[in-house]
Design a protein around this ligand. Structure first.
Ligand code: PLP
Length: 454
């Protein structure tokens, strides 16, 4: 058995981490997480840490569910793998497609599978392009998303993301990908005196302007998360999605809801588009579909998009070795059943979300907190130097980083993006665990204030 010191050394010697400045990590050494249970993760020193981020927005059902362990083991014994390329199927993938079709909004009932959110996004892009080719409108190829959006890190996903730091170094974005702004975050981007409704209309108008600039005849789809996640946890201002839906319909632009974070109970319904009352043509999902126990993602198409693809004489020449992997599908089915059985997308989910949101609001009185915001079991707070003027600490992001570190040391994981701190706990979190989580967060905020001399 290797010591923990060995693990750190091995990691620093051979492992290139995702989204990391490597020399910095190698100087300080990684944190080693060794096990997890419920809402807690544990490090090599047996420190118990509340996982306020459900891993990477994915462990909806919490860690260590025996039901998922059992179904994975059983499926590995029964059918460890089979592919879907040879006009074959498995009971697992057929049942999962049926179950997801039951949960998605009316009409979005044709499902194809991948392993990651980025694969689901790439799949959606290709199927959108294929759809317009089949419709005899091959010029309709531009994909519009929003500044600061995150839609994955493959060549296409990174192109669609509105985050320049993950594009320039790789000579991205590819042509055909366009970004509209401002992103829909009222606190940060509204003008003085602008109402939330007017701000929503201005954000939606930016999308319309981009469609008109490119020419509607060239625009294939608009993509957005119901609540923008990794790019800044931005809640859509009132009326935003209805206006976006109207604009997409007006210019015959497909509406794509990226539900990789929002799906499977995160915002209170099965999907974020249901929470915000719009109906997309295409949806991408991952993460919560298996609660992160095994990798699986899915792309759902409505009838409009699926019919020409189903009726085409050409083969839909797209898919992956692990599309609809039996073990992943079996875990996803049991995970979705559990979310149902435990009422986590239902009565219990609504109850615990209310409790969580009330507790989040209590942080408004903290001198560092400029805004709290959230929906379902998603929450964020903005760290500011001056609550009145919204002035930030200098340099940007330093306060977020300090707070993130104090959170970890205080026994809670929060993610920092700039000076915004995010929460996305497992849906199984209890009232007492929420109390403990917010006590730890308040302590971390106090320590941050001390460090920043605020
Ligand atoms: N789309 C959204 C909205 C995401 O948040 C993410 C990941 O966080 C992705 C796509 C990419 O998913 P993955 O990291 O599984 O490739």
């Amino acid at each position: 058995m290797k010591t923990n010191l060995d693990i750190k050394a091995l990691d620093s010697a051979h492992h290139l981490h995702p989204f990391t400045t490597h020399h910095e990590l190698r100087e300080q050494g990684p944190r080693v997480i060794t096990h997890a249970d419920g809402v807690y993760i544990y490090d090599e020193d047996e420190n118990q840490i509340i996982d306020g981020m459900a891993g990477l927005w994915c462990v909806n059902i919490g860690y260590g569910r025996q039901e998922l362990v059992d179904v994975a083991a059983e499926t590995m014994k029964t059918l460890s793998y089979y592919n879907l390329f040879f006009q074959t199927t498995t009971p697992y993938v057929a049942k999962l497609a049926d179950l997801i079709a039951e949960k998605t909004p009316e009409g979005l009932d044709q499902i194809t599978f991948g392993s990651s959110g980025s694969e689901a996004v790439d799949t959606a892009i290709k199927l959108i392009w294929y759809y317009w080719n089949l419709e005899g409108k091959p010029e309709k190829k531009a994909i519009i998303s929003r500044e600061r959006a995150y839609h994955g890190s493959t060549v296409a996903g990174a192109s669609m993301s509105g985050l320049p730091f993950m594009q320039g170094i790789f000579d991205l974005p590819l042509p055909r990908f366009h970004h509209a702004g401002p992103p829909p975050h009222y606190y940060e981007y509204a003008k003085d005196g602008e109402s939330e409704h007017d701000f929503a209309m201005r954000c939606a108008k930016a999308v319309e302007d981009k469609i008109l600039e490119l020419g509607p005849e060239n625009v294939a789809a608009f993509a957005g998360e119901p609540v923008m996640g990794a790019g800044g946890l931005m809640l859509p201002p009132e009326g935003y999605w209805q206006e976006i839906e109207r604009i997409c319909r007006k210019y015959d632009v497909l509406l794509w809801s990226d539900e990789v974070i929002c799906g499977f109970g995160r915002t209170g319904e099965w999907f974020g588009c249901q929470t915000y009352g719009f109906t997309p043509d295409i949806m991408t999902m991952a993460k919560g579909v298996t609660s992160g126990y095994v990798p699986l993602s899915a792309t759902a198409l409505n009838k409009r998009m699926a019919d020409p693809i189903i009726n085409a004489d050409t083969e839909m020449a797209h898919g992956f070795t692990y599309s609809g992997h039996p073990v992943a599908c079996a875990v996803a089915i049991r995970n979705i059943e559990l979310l149902d059985e435990l009422g986590l997308v239902g009565e219990r989910g609504a109850e615990i979300s209310r409790y969580f949101q009330d507790k989040l609001k209590t942080l408004d009185d903290h001198p560092l907190v400029g805004e709290t915001r959230g929906v379902g079991l998603l929450g964020a707070l903005e760290i500011v130097k001056n609550k009145e003027t919204k002035e930030r600490f200098d340099p940007a992001g330093s306060a977020g980083l300090a707070c993130r570190n104090h959170c970890f040391q205080s026994g809670v994981v929060m993610r920092a993006v700039g000076d915004a701190m995010f929460l996305c706990p497992p849906l199984v979190i209890s009232e007492s665990e929420i109390d403990e989580m917010f006590a730890r967060i308040r302590k971390a905020l106090d320590l941050t204030a001390k460090e920043l001399d605020a």
